[in-house]
Design a binder for this molecule. Sequence first.
Ligand SMILES: Cc1cc2nc3c(=O)[nH]c(=O)nc-3n(C[C@H](O)[C@H](O)[C@H](O)COP(=O)(O)OP(=O)(O)OC[C@H]3O[C@@H](n4cnc5c(N)ncnc54)[C@H](O)[C@@H]3O)c2cc1C
Length: 538
Amino acid sequence: MNTVPPTRAAHWAALTAREAPFDLLVVGGGATGAGAALDAAARGLSVALVERDDLSAATSSRSTKLIHGGVRYLEKAVKEFDRSQFHLVRDALRERAVLIHNAPHLCHPLPLVTPLYEWWQVPYYLTGLKIYDALAGRANLAPSRFVDAKEALQRFPMLREEGLRGGVVYHDGQFDDARMNVAIALSAAERGAVVATHAELVALHHEAGRVRGATVRDVASGEEATVTARAILNATGPFVDEIRRLEDPAAEPMLDASSGVHIVLDARFAPPGTGLLIPQTEDGRVLFLLPWQGATLVGTTDQPAAIERHPRATEDEIEYILRHVRQYFSLPVERDDVLAAWSGLRPLVSDPQAADTARLSRDHVVHVADSGLVTIAGGKWTTYRRMAADAVDAALALAGIDAAPSATEDLRLAGAERLLPTGAGELQERGFPVDVARHLHLAYGDRADAVAEIAGDGDAPRLAPGHPYLEAEVRHAARAEFAATAVDVLARRTRLAMLDATAARAAAPRVSQILAEELGWDAARAEAEAEAAVGWIS
Ligand SMILES: Cc1cc2nc3c(=O)[nH]c(=O)nc-3n(C[C@H](O)[C@H](O)[C@H](O)COP(=O)(O)OP(=O)(O)OC[C@H]3O[C@@H](n4cnc5c(N)ncnc54)[C@H](O)[C@@H]3O)c2cc1C
């Protein structure tokens, strides 16, 4: 067990103090990189992770929050009778069950209704979703079934009634992506991994043509340190080609990106407990409308996009989503109803070593450069654990490191080890309001007590009216979850910035003030942090 406290400063110090090479240096602290750090640490290896922003700052906090095999990948598999696509869906469905088992506070099964307005669609979608169930095998969550128009409307009262034939109800998993990322990183740190956030890899070092280390820069102070490692894993998501070009400016790109926008509406659009799958958008895609954290999450788009650090939702993309909501709902919805909108970059990978490099796929690719730099890209949140295990296997084989096989399949993540179903009830007994008790239980699992201790009692101040987030969570994030900026707290430790941009902007000065007390900032730094947070929130 690691005794280094899970703060950004302590882990930067641990990174720079180490003289011996790490077994593995992981670049990138999204789902894949954090997963790889945990995978390596759980095998007993020494591992460091460097992340230039925050855990899940890029794609991993901007997903649709579904743990799924992917019904649209299944459709592709059936239409093209593509065995590899079937395997992809089956493997992801198995992982769905693993994630729910390993982090039950953060992940749960969610029924979804597919509304159908043509009779021919009923056998088509029902058969498809029965195949989905069959592929899941013993890991299936519940059998898919037809529901008549009356039941579909009971589940989704605002659905357009005219012409509705019925629907198919199927199940997938839903989760909190950014908090899952924190839980994975904490689990890695507790097994000895160094997790240095706000630490950017700026150069790679070689010895006899083999990659052996890196220069890492503390983003806040500009201080640089050399980190050596027997193997280096590039898990930088949309940015993998940037890292590959540090050692080979002519490296063939592995990746294209498309932008995926989500909007957030209030809870009226999705009753708690059921999601909606719109099976066919105007450009032949699927769109989800999901209850999430007391609001409604709708997405996503798929537009070719430039690779940038903070992609933003365009008005066209927001309007595209609103148009579909209007088409399916009898409830009027306008631009002013959008509480928040954000964009994530979907990495579309091709393996430069594969024969058919033109084919872009959503499967993951592990690529090994001549220098030994291992790059992992693509895949899904749902399959992060398998991707991490594959990448660590490749890195270890290359570096000639003998280690135990991956041990994460049955590894309960931080917050899940001593989780009790009675957790929320106990917090209520201590005086916390129902919404706060439920939120703390689901977000922190068996560590909710630590936040409750800081909060003191049930009257503890909230970050924003109408939201369950407490000021105490800001302190906890800085003390125990690597948070180092106001955006870290507003967007990823709590999800306020992704749910309600106006409330998050209003909370930014207070969050910065609390962080200033925790992290020793002066007034000018606190003010600058608040301003930066307001600028970040779209
Ligand atoms: C719109 C959208 C919706 C999605 N929905 C789902 C879904 O519902 N379910 C699902 O299973 N999957 C979903 N996915 C896919 C899933 O989100 C991604 O597969 C996953 O988040 C990728 O994680 P990653 O760690 O590879 O990349 P990222 O999360 O992008 O992490 C890469 C990290 O590397 C860091 N980095 C970059 N350069 C450096 C450097 N020089 N030094 C240090 N660090 C660096 C970045 O800051 C970043 O944090 C969705 C994706 C998108 C875009």
